[in-house]
Design a protein around this ligand. Structure first.
Ligand code: AMP
Ligand code: GLY
Length: 416
């Protein structure tokens, strides 16, 4: 089988790495891919639908796997499927669960999925009025896609008003902020619950914990994610039944009632407190860097699972996991998530222990064929082991070998 992966980050590298191990996959392509991938990387944009279609047809691709949310929200799955091609990734009508926070909150309310109290606003005056009903801190969220930066937790009403102003007038996030969701602030611990989905079946993956803030002890601004562990060490035993009853069953019922065609992965961001579970958000794609630790623990053949989702035969696939612990530490460019320099030569990747897996997140080859930094999050260093202590040690020891100018990482990934 010939498979095409759309995207270029650590998430897509992890997907490509796992697909490469499939007994079914004979040829693996990526648009645009990255230099770490053992795949044929074809330069091009993930948003260039005609080019992607042309590639699928020329190469005779059997399955296209769409990594990032932007092409999903643009309707890339619809575009390829309507032309007879198999796709892993939800259609536009379902991708809006990530593309619009207001849509997603309304979906949760309508289908009794527990979530924070909220109010949608589109003009500043009514927004300020609506603010009165919320205690502090209050969460202000741009409705549309904002590359992970559209959520601001405001400690004062003045700060909330300022955020509302710059979101609603378009200066903060353009059209993505023209509608805003005001939300009650929830406390507890967060858990990333990713699930494979097709029309009839939802299969939860093993749990993961992200570390979103840039500095140790969860301080500083949010990033796309600085490291992950799986399983989530905070998650008490036996929550599966609660997840199914309170979230997964109503989610599937909601998709059916609203006639939403969903085949791919749903990433459910959860806030959990004393067995009480609420949904923070839905993402319509794999998490990054959750995918890196989750797919390292997948025992089954990823192609079979993805093909099952794409063809509504997921119920026939036995999705099995390794009873091991996985840790991923992100190596970032100094300055991220603010501005940072690119083009720094990366050394040491050839001198790592065999049981370390490095996924490339933001790299490229320079004119001398050296691997250089090309993004905020640069590398994901990962290991599997018996427990968190062992994998943390393996990963941080391995990182001692890797160098690039300005390299930054959190030192507390996986510490409670
Ligand atoms: P979202 O993109 O909606 O998941 O928000 C990004 C991050 O903001 C989440 O992972 C949480 O850390 C935080 N967050 C979002 N909504 C809330 C909320 N209602 N209460 C507390 N924290 C939140
Ligand atoms: N790691 C969080 C996300 O992928 O949205």
């Amino acid at each position: 089988m010939k498979v095409l992966v759309i995207g270029s980050g650590g998430r897509e590298h992890a997907i490509a790495w796992k697909l490469k191990q499939s007994k079914h996959v004979t040829e693996l392509y990526a648009i645009p891919g990255n230099p770490g991938m053992d795949a044929v990387c074809i330069p091009g944009s993930v948003e260039d639908m005609p080019f992607i279609l042309k590639t699928v047809e020329e190469k005779g691709i059997d399955l296209t796997v769409i990594g990032p949310e932007v092409p999903l929200c643009m309707g890339l799955a619809d575009y390829l499927e309507e032309r007879g091609h198999k796709v892993f990734g939800p259609r536009k009508e379902s991708a809006i669960l990530e593309g619009s926070k207001a849509f997603s909150k309304d979906f949760m309310k309508k289908h009794n999925i527990p979530t924070a109290k909220y109010e949608e606003v589109t003009d500043y005056e009514s927004a300020v009025k609506a603010l009165d009903a919320f205690d502090l801190p209050v969460v202000v969220k741009a409705d549309g896609l904002a590359a992970g930066k559209g959520v601001v937790i405001c400690e004062t009403k003045e700060q909330a008003k300022e955020e509302l102003k710059v979101m609603l007038d378009g200066s903060a996030f353009g059209d993505a902020g023209k509608k805003v969701v005001l939300e009650e602030f929830l406390t507890g611990f967060e858990c990333s619950l990713l699930c494979f989905v097709d029309h009839d079946t939802i299969v939860p993956m093993v749990s993961a914990k992200d570390h979103k803030q840039i500095y140790d002890n969860n301080e500083g601004p949010n990033t796309g994610g600085m490291g992950t562990v799986s399983p989530n060490p905070f998650l008490p035993e036996g929550m599966e039944g609660t997840f199914k009853e309170k979230i997964l069953d109503p989610f599937m019922k909601g998709l059916h009632e609203d006639h939403m065609d969903y085949r791919g992965v749903v990433f459910i961001g959860l806030m959990i407190k004393d067995q009480d579970v609420k949904v923070l958000e839905f993402n319509v794609r794999f998490g990054d860097p959750e995918t890196q630790v989750i797919l390292m623990r997948l025992e089954s053949d990823l192609y079979e699972v993805m093909y099952g989702c794409a063809t509504n035969t997921l119920k026939d696939v036995d999705v099995k996991w390794k009873d091991e612990q996985a840790t991923c530490v992100v190596l970032a460019s100094g300055g991220y998530p603010g501005s940072y320099e690119k083009g720094k030569v990366i050394t040491g990747l050839d001198h790592l222990p065999e049981d370390i897996v490095v996924f490339h997140a933001g790299t490229k080859r320079n004119e001398n064929n050296e691997i250089v930094t090309n993004g905020g999050r640069v590398l994901n260093v990962c290991a599997l082991g018996h427990d968190l202590e062992e994998t943390r040690k393996k990963v941080y020891d391995a990182i001692e070998n890797i160098h690039f100018d300005g390299m930054y990482m959190r030192k507390d990934i996986g510490l409670h």
